[in-house]
Design a protein around this ligand. Structure first.
Ligand code: SAM
Length: 383
């Protein structure tokens, strides 16, 4: 969609058309027939824009509760923060009444930041900027000033706090080099406005955070989603792992080193936000668990615990890694299918599955790892 397409959809005729196609399930077969019918009543370009937006709104329901009223481009939706993540981040801005959202895109963060505040909203893409303001209004924002410009040119006078989500490609460490504006520029914003939050790729190396900033990694139901850097006025700890949607949070905390001991009754497989934030020892101390190897994030303990920060598995067998022995154990346990978790193991999982040739009835988890430097395997089930 382009600016003209959006203008058409915002007209009275466009709104009527959007109302007509709302809720229609669009498949390749139905879309053609609907397209033909609608083109008798509305301009072809308006019909194309309405159908495209309707499809994007359906897809956007995975990220936004009010997706059916939002304005989106495919790229803008892909780059947008999901509503529950931006809502989580926005709590840090509670003390601030005037906030800038730099690089706002279609407003995935703006919708959470804007209600109840004066917002300065900047993007150099005029279409996304306009959509961001429309979407913020859908979420009840009343005071959004938009500026279509390079954020490097933005005058931040009067702004009390800044949020920036620079453009980046998905792709781990490359994202550091490739963010636009670069991370180094985003960090320097704190020299102008001390309260700064920066959204970053989840592959961000921990060393990228200046010593007095907080680095937060966020996972949603065990999937690592993103990192955020918080300047000192917004920071409360050095490192944090947050688990959504529950909002559980684990923070860095100095304490005695966690011992490496023999496996107990259970294996704990930490959430990726915990491992990325370097909080495995904090998790072990909080749960009374221990390590199995100084370099590996699997933990073990003897008691059944329930935590959002790790998957708990009951250890059925513990053995040095050896394909033949593992196959014998799995056959004895009547296993027909395995889920494989690897930490510190170079075993090829597909090759392993092929060579196990299992025929039993049960499904188990095989954890491949190292224990005191030696390749090791655990056969585990749900507790
Ligand atoms: C990752 S997206 C932002 C997504 C947004 N936070 C959301 O949740 O919808 C990055 C945005 O940065 C904008 N951008 C990149 N470099 C910019 C610059 N130098 N000045 C202004 N905007 C820029 C792009 O146009 C893009 O819309």
């Amino acid at each position: 969609m382009d600016a003209e397409g959006l203008a058409g959809l915002l007209s009275a005729e466009g709104q009527e058309l959007l109302g007509t196609v709302a809720g229609v399930e669009l498949s390749t077969a139905t879309e053609l027939a609907l397209n033909n019918r609608l083109r008798r009543a509305y301009p072809a370009s308006m019909v194309a824009a309405a159908l495209e937006l309707t499809q994007l709104r359906a897809r956007a329901r995975a990220k936004f509760d009010r997706a059916d009223h939002m304005y989106l481009t495919r790229e803008g939706l892909e780059q947008a923060s999901a509503e529950h993540i931006s809502a989580h981040r926005t709590r840090r801005y509670d003390p601030y009444g005037t906030v800038a959202d730099l690089c706002c895109g279609i407003g995935g963060d703006l919708i959470a930041l804007a209600p109840g505040r004066d917002m300065l909203t900047v993007d150099r893409d005029p279409l996304h900027l306009q959509m961001a303001a429309l979407n913020a209004a859908v979420y009840g924002a009343a005071s959004v000033r938009t500026r279509c410009e390079d954020v490097r040119e933005s005058d931040l006078a009067g702004v009390e706090a800044v949020f920036i989500d620079p453009a980046r490609r998905h792709g781990g460490k490359r994202a550091l080099r490739e963010s636009e504006p670069p991370l180094i520029w985003c960090l320097a914003l704190a020299e102008r406005t001390p309260a700064v939050g920066i959204k970053a790729a989840p592959g961000l190396p921990r060393e990228a955070a200046p010593p007095d900033w907080e680095l937060e990694f966020v996972s949603v139901r065990g999937d690592l989603k993103e990192a955020a850097l918080w300047s000192p006025p917004l920071a409360t700890v050095q490192r944090r792992a947050t688990h959504l949607p529950g909002g559980h949070t684990l923070v860095s905390d100095a304490g005695p080193a966690v011992a490496c001991l023999a496996p107990g009754a259970y294996l704990l497989d930490p959430d990726p936000a915990v491992t990325r934030a370097g909080l495995v020892e904090e998790l072990a101390r909080a749960l009374g668990a221990w390590k199995l190897d100084p370099e590996i994030a699997f933990l073990s303990l003897d008691t059944h615990v329930s935590t959002p920060f790790a998957r708990l598995l009951r250890i059925e067998e513990s053995l040095p890694w050896n394909l033949k022995r593992l196959r014998e154990v799995l056959r004895r346990l009547d296993v027909g299918a395995v889920d494989v978790r690897k930490r510190g193991s170079a075993v090829d999982v597909e090759e392993l599955r092929r060579r196990l040739k299992l025929t039993g009835a049960r499904r188990v988890t095989v954890a491949l790892t190292r224990m005191n430097g030696k390749p090791w395997a655990f056969v585990c089930s749900d507790p």
